[in-house]
Write a protein that binds this ligand. Structure first.
Ligand SMILES: Nc1ncnc2c1ncn2[C@@H]1O[C@H](COP(=O)(O)OP(=O)(O)OP(=O)(O)O)[C@@H](O)[C@H]1O
Ligand SMILES: [Mg+2]
Length: 505
């Protein structure tokens, strides 16, 4: 007789249903797992054998074959331990097939039969719901699985509890839901930053339109502070977005205590980060920093210090909002629609143009430093601003500027105005609008258009650069609740590009 259970394999955050078939036939004693499993699955034999022993069962001295179907899909991870053990129990006649047939299951087994946490619980339980199946997962991860809305979740602590539950001798209680948020409160606020009014204005525009920002300025001017506070003025995640972001974090094994990600992610990888760590990939093709920053902020501090290869790898995801990771025989796609915020000093010593800090190597020092950034990457950054050193008297002032809550109210109002325009389109911010959509919705006055063309000629703006200016101007007009882009909006948009273009960048 063949006994069958179900689990999942992952391709990015997409889920593929896997059947685990077990057959016990007469022959020399053996225990074989086939179906393109990785090393962890091969080792699963020993864990399953020990876990069954822990519940008082020993494997029959027969020929045991486990097949993971479809057999041509590469499978990896320790979460197949539990479905293999349950399928074996079915084949041994310990459990009735009907008791477990309509469940997807995941879990790693300890030698004592404990069911241990694994990654990817949330997307798998969402898939179980869509297949109209129940879901069995480790006890600690029951609350995480509950977010899928699946009503048939079983979260046992160990194999014995699950066995008794499936036999009907000792029913397990359903997992307790946990409330969203709680652990993720931020103590950062825009009012911590004194002065820097134009940089704060740029951040507000970026928050409204979803634009990428590059900040250039001397050390200690507040660039990292500004970036860290951007999520506090970004609109909260919608429920749909929370699930989307949490699925990625679940696959990466980063969801803790059954909590969903409820605030916009802020990822600030160090410049030593390798390209796979940044874009995803490596041994298990886990999501990289750019996918963990999905729907949030990716902050690269000291931008020119990142390796050229890493920076160039950002170009495609910045454009498309997703990243394709190459595997040995396939490609995995992860979403990566993040807001890119970068900061850098104008030169290696950091004080280009700051009185009292003349550098003997200027301006070559600055040219060499800035040449590490490629034109195509800079072309993808809508807003490029200078963040000058702040006066000591400004720093010494006690009163600070607006707080994040006040700015957020304005951002929300402008976002609502912006969103109305995209009701029938698959995008929600100006930064996502491509050239074609932009032509339809921009609505420039003749004066604004003439000014744009004039400056574009002077700065030799690329086609992409031209559209990016319209996009920023559209956002500034949205903040004014204006249907048309006026000259004043265009002037402000161009100032963000011009300031750095006339400098060395
Ligand atoms: N505008 C400001 N308001 C209040 N504090 C400030 C301001 N600018 C700088 N500071 C103080 O200086 C510290 C350093 O700021 P921050 O790390 O943001 O500088 P930075 O521009 O990122 O410098 P670097 O180029 O060295 O990374 C902050 O922790 C804060 O204490
Ligand atoms: Mg910094």
């Amino acid at each position: 007789m063949i006994s069958c259970t179900h689990s999942v394999a992952f391709a990015g955050i997409d889920v593929l249903k896997i059947s685990i078939e077990v057959q016990i036939t007469n022959g020399l004693p053996s225990f074989t797992i086939v179906g393109l499993g990785d090393k962890a699955i091969a080792e699963s034999r020993e864990r399953v054998r020990a876990a069954l022993h822990a519940v008082g069962l020993s494997l029959p001295a027969n020929h045991i074959t486990v097949n993971l179907a479809p057999a041509d899909v590469v499978k990896e991870g320790t979460h197949f331990d539990l479905p293999i053990a349950i399928a074996l129990m079915g084949a041994m006649g310990v459990l009735e097939p009907e008791s477990f047939y309509n469940y997807l299951m995941m879990g790693e087994l300890g030698l004592d039969g404990t069911i241990r946490p694994v990654s990817g619980i949330l997307p798998a339980s969402v898939a179980a719901t869509s297949y109209e199946m129940g879901f069995i997962c480790p006890k600690e991860q029951g609350p995480e699985a509950l977010w899928s809305g699946n009503l048939a979740i079983v979260a046992p602590h160990n194999l014995l509890d699950l066995m008794n539950h499936l036999k009907g001798t000792q029913l397990l209680l359903p997992p307790e839901p946990v409330s969203a948020q709680s652990t993720q409160t931020s103590f950062l606020d825009m009012k911590d930053i004194k002065g820097q009014e134009s940089a704060k204005r740029a951040m507000e525009i970026a928050a409204v339109g979803g634009h990428n920002v590059l900040m250039v300025g001397p050390p200690g001017s507040g660039k990292s502070m500004l970036a860290a506070r951007l999520p506090t003025i970004m609109p909260p995640l919608s429920t749909q977005e929370m699930l989307e972001v949490s699925k990625i974090h679940s696959v990466a094994g980063l969801l803790k205590d059954g909590q969903l990600v409820t605030t916009r992610p802020f990822r600030a990888p160090h410049y030593n980060a390798s390209t796979p760590a940044m874009v995803g990939g490596g041994l298990k093709a886990k999501p990289g920093e750019i996918s963990l920053a999905h729907r949030g902020v990716l902050f690269l501090d000291e931008l020119p210090e990142f390796s050229r290869q890493t920076l160039e790898a950002l170009r495609q995801p910045l454009e498309t909002g997703e990243v394709s990771v190459a595997r040995a025989n396939s490609h995995i796609t992860y979403p990566s629609r993040f807001q890119f915020i970068a900061a850098m000093n104008p030169c290696r010593c950091g004080y280009l143009g700051v009185p009292g800090h003349e550098c003997p190597r200027a301006p070559r020092c600055a040219q060499e430093y800035q040449s590490k950034l490629s034109g195509p990457l800079l072309d993808r950054i809508d807003i490029q601003i200078e963040v000058p050193l702040i006066n000591p008297w400004q720093l010494g002032q006690l009163q600070s500027g607006e707080d994040s809550a006040t700015i957020l109210k304005r951002v929300m109002a402008a976002r609502a105005f912006q969103k109305d325009r995209f009701t029938n389109l698959p995008i929600s911010t100006n930064a996502e609008a491509d050239g074609r959509i932009l032509e339809q919705v921009a609505n420039l006055t003749d004066e604004a258009r003439a000014q744009l063309i004039h400056v574009a000629e002077q700065l030799h703006l690329s086609g992409r650069g031209f559209h990016r200016m319209i996009r920023v101007a559209r956002t500034i007009a949205d903040m004014d609740q204006s249907e048309t882009i006026l000259r004043v909006h265009m002037d402000e948009a161009l100032s963000f590009r011009k300031s750095c273009a006339k400098g060395e960048l």
